[in-house]
Ligand binder design. Structure first.
Ligand SMILES: C[S@@+](CC[C@H](N)C(=O)[O-])C[C@H]1O[C@@H](n2cnc3c(N)ncnc32)[C@H](O)[C@@H]1O
Length: 374
């Protein structure tokens, strides 16, 4: 059994634990911005293919005391790197965290790279080239509490980049955050799902993929583990075939969104097309003031502009008031969830929230507010 760590946005650790357990991971424990778990190679591939919340799945190689740059160099050299990469493989190192003396991630990454290529040169007379974009092997070093953890990054590019979204609106949600918000809303595929401010469609798309049991990793061009020395192509192909066979043909209920901006709706259509589900999702151009409920009940989930990334806007207060009125008047029987990073604006909605859950959107602490609409 290998030891893995799934990295996730701050605050989503317990959701990450639940998702990993559901995928069959063993000994799952929450950690800082992630969760550790145990499993075999099949599980590693499966989590990369199916998990909707994490950024990366790291395979732990070693952990050691580390206070100085020499400790880091020597500790990394204790690992037999010939098991993981050969001189004709390209390499990149990512460093995160810090300890007292080692507080520059760039320096720490360089030190790890130097230790690896030094070992290679001694053993083979040649060394791996560095490729920071698409290396064959990406090494991750995490420093915390005078300890270093060295891992291989099995995902490559962050898993939130599903590959279906070349096109994004002005302030798109990360796919993994959209999926986490859907989990937090408790939405089930037999309920209608609607985003009245859908932008490039991330929330309806993530709901659609879940409803159709489509693995979120199916649209990616590559995963880090595909260029590892121990890559098992027949196992990977079998998991891809199995995932494709498990897809459903139809949604159990309405899923869609509206936006006033025709350009972002073109992006939403193009993203849905990339997923092969354009014919199942509904995207319509509508001013918020003209939006009607697409069903008698369901889950409404949206992230309105909140003045951080789309620029401060003096009309935003009136916009939030309008949003509250539309919910109150047209969505009786629904449960609405609104994520906002602006407390002052969210109080102008004029509805009493049933709960507020703190959620990070990047570095910004937001609230996911729940409204029961009677
Ligand atoms: C923060 S973005 C939503 C991003 C979206 N979740 C995504 O992932 O792409 C807010 C969206 O609200 C839309 N919007 C703003 N004011 C609107 C209005 N009055 N009526 C309809 N849509 C509006 C904008 O066009 C924008 O696409």
């Amino acid at each position: 059994m290998n030891q893995y760590f799934a990295t996730v946005a701050k605050g989503l650790e317990s959701l990450m634990v639940a998702e990993l357990e559901q995928l069959g991971a063993k000994d799952v424990e929450p950690g800082f911005c992630g969760a550790s778990f145990k499993g075999d190679r099949t599980l590693l591939y499966k989590v990369n293919l199916w998990a909707r919340l994490p950024f990366r799945i790291l395979q732990r190689l070693d952990e050691f005391d580390c206070e100085t740059s020499d400790d880091l160099f020597v500790g990394v050299q204790q690992i037999d790197w010939s098991q993981y990469l050969q001189p004709d493989h390209t390499l990149a190192v990512t460093a995160t965290g810090k300890t007292g003396e080692l507080n520059h991630t760039h320096f720490n990454a360089l030190q790890v790279k130097n230790a690896i290529v030094h070992q290679q040169t001694k053993a083979f007379g040649e060394r791996s080239d560095v490729d920071t974009q698409t290396p064959d092997v990406r090494v991750n070093v995490h420093l915390h509490d005078e300890r270093a953890t060295v891992s291989l990054d099995s995902s490559g590019d962050s898993l939130h980049r599903r590959g279906y979204r070349p096109a994004v609106g002005a302030a798109p949600l990360k796919e993994s955050l959209a999926s986490a918000l859907i989990t937090l809303s408790g939405w089930q595929p037999q309920q209608a799902f609607f985003d009245p401010l859908c932008g490039s469609g991330t929330l309806p798309l993530e709901a659609g993929l879940r409803s159709l049991n489509i693995a979120p990793g199916l649209f990616r061009e590559r995963f880090g583990f595909e260029t590892w020395l121990d890559f098992d192509p027949s196992l990977w192909d079998a998991l891809l075939d199995e995932a494709e066979a498990q897809q459903k043909e139809d949604l159990a209920a309405f899923i869609g969104g509206c936006d006033r901006d025709p350009n972002v709706l073109i992006q939403a259509h193009s993203n849905a097309q990339k997923c092969g589900i354009e014919h199942l999702l509904s995207f319509r151009q509508r001013e918020l003031a003209d939006v009607e409920a697409p069903a008698d009940s369901g889950i409404l989930l949206c992230n309105p502009p909140y003045g951080e990334r789309l620029g401060a806007d003096s009309d935003l207060g009136a916009f939030y008031k309008l949003l509250g009125n539309v919910l109150k008047q047209r969505f009786k029987g629904w449960t609405a969830y609104i994520i906002s990073g602006n407390k002052a604006l969210s109080s102008t909605i004029g509805l009493k929230s049933a709960s507020r859950t703190p959620v990070y959107n990047g570095q910004l602490l937001c609230q996911l507010m729940k409204y029961e609409l009677y």
